[in-house]
Design a protein around this ligand. Sequence first.
Ligand SMILES: [Zn+2]
Length: 122
Amino acid sequence: MKYQMDHVVFDEFGLVSVHCIACNHMIRKRVEAPSKRDPSKMVYAMMTLSNYRELERELSDGSKMYPMFCVECFNEPIDDEKTMGIIKRGWSKEMRHAGRPEETIKRTEKEKESLRIVKGGK
Ligand SMILES: [Zn+2]
């Protein structure tokens, strides 16, 4: 089943992995890497895997977003409506992870409810 799973995974330290919006294959993952400021220290960084692709989409409020897919799904027709749904779920998940009050999350969800993709292409 495509367009069913959340595309972002968080834990107590932040973003763990990013997955293809359509098929849920992993496309970015958190790794430990030496700090650029102090190479003796390890920090978390996001690693982009070779199957990572992104599209540009224009939204009904004039803003742009860059939904992420694996290379296989990128080469197939994209379901913009379902993509928008997954992205909205991701925003809510991110707000919850950031500890936003449930009231704020609900209000934001309502504000963004009618937001949709108006322009696409590859
Ligand atoms: Zn995919």
